[in-house]
Design a protein around this ligand. Structure first.
Ligand SMILES: NC(=O)c1ccc[n+]([C@@H]2O[C@H](COP(=O)([O-])OP(=O)(O)OC[C@H]3O[C@@H](n4cnc5c(N)ncnc54)[C@H](OP(=O)(O)O)[C@@H]3O)[C@@H](O)[C@H]2O)c1
Length: 308
């Protein structure tokens, strides 16, 4: 079996060394866009150009080196190729940590102390109980579940929303369009961990935001296109939404003249909420390559119709 590594801006050696060590019978190599085809069966990819599929028509499986596949599905990938994504692979814990940080920053007034430090001002805040911060997690997949569980373990009142009904201990769960209004009506801190699909694009809009509890806060770690940015600004203008913690944006990098940069109620990070971790990712891909060699079902295969 021949497997290509097609992640252009990543140093390939540490990946190849670990992959060859784990699977010595597989021929791993780095994709060379100007070289001859190698007759690859599979490829590890991140945002691959169309040229990869034209050059390697024998490809049967691609392993996306991330959890989100929206950019990949927007590429014209031949229908016969199976797309496999990373499932958690160390990202869920990072995302849970990010969400806990963003929530604690508000609920424990760390944002207030940050501002006070600039003026050498020693002033304890009055504080609010955890019950004042009911959380709603959009998406209860590999990552969203851990976000919800972690915040519930910290004592927050957590509910979650998914496409199909899910049962999670300690989490109030909601599913589909029918339960959307009930979910929103009990949420003050809305955390988006949904994949970007036709159904989730522009989901967090004026209508959605206006149904949240007053003084709402939006944490977006899913994809930028799920949030209608102008609607967030207008809801903040009206005071219904108090602020946002945003890791993903409709345009990345976020343009220097974007109004988000100048709004102190918005906390910005540059799409780093959960990074691809090499060791964990390799372990998952090695397991799947072994399954492929044995002719077994692969884990994390993307349903192209569903879009995730
Ligand atoms: N910012 C970052 O650094 C970063 C890093 C990694 C991932 N991400 C983002 O996080 C996303 C989620 O990753 P994951 O691994 O948790 O995905 P996942 O395991 O595929 O889970 C997706 C969840 O979203 C739900 N969902 C999808 N479409 C829906 C819809 N139309 N209505 C309601 N719920 C819907 C699914 O519902 P069901 O349970 O019913 O299927 C599932 O619970 C990725 O797609 C990516 O965009 C961001």
């Amino acid at each position: 079996m021949r497997v290509l590594f097609a992640y252009p801006n990543e140093v390939a050696d540490p990946w190849l060394v670990a992959l060859r060590l784990a699977l010595p019978d597989i021929a791993f190599s780095v994709w060379n866009p100007s070289g001859p085809p190698v007759g690859a069966d599979a490829a590890l990819v991140w945002r691959p150009p169309k040229a990869l599929f034209e050059q390697e028509p024998t490809l049967k499986v691609i392993f996306n080196l991330g959890a989100g596949v929206d950019a990949l599905l927007a590429t014209d990938i031949p229908a016969a190729i199976r797309i496999v994504r990373l499932e958690d692979a160390g990202m869920a814990l990072q995302m849970a940590e990010y969400a806990a940080f963003a929530l604690a920053r508000l609920s424990r007034d760390f944002d207030f102390y940050e501002a006070n430090q600039k003026h050498a001002r020693w002033q304890p805040a009055r504080g609010t109980p955890r019950s004042a911060w009911p959380v709603g997690v959009l998406g209860l997949g590999a990552i969203g579940r851990q976000v919800a569980d972690t915040l519930a373990a910290l004592g927050y009142d957590v509910r979650g929303w998914s496409r199909t009904p899910r049962q999670l201990e300690g989490i109030d769960t909601f599913a589909g369009a029918a339960q959307w209004p009930d979910f929103l009506a009990r949420t003050r801190v809305l955390i988006n961990v949904l994949p970007l699909t036709d159904e989730t694009r522009d989901l967090i809009d004026h209508r959605c935001l206006s149904q949240l509890l007053p003084g709402a806060h939006v944490i977006n770690v899913g994809r930028g296109e799920t949030l209608v940015e102008e609607d967030l600004l207008s809801q903040m203008e009206s005071g219904h939404v108090a602020g946002a913690t945003l890791d993903v944006f409709r345009t990345e990098p976020l343009p220097a003249d974007h109004p988000f940069w100048r709004d102190r109620r918005i906390y910005i990070t540059p799409h780093v909420a959960a990074r691809t971790l090499r060791i964990e990712s390799i372990a998952q891909i090695v397991e799947n390559l072994k399954r492929l060699l044995r002719g077994e079902t692969l884990r994390g295969v993307v349903d192209r119709e569903r879009g995730y």
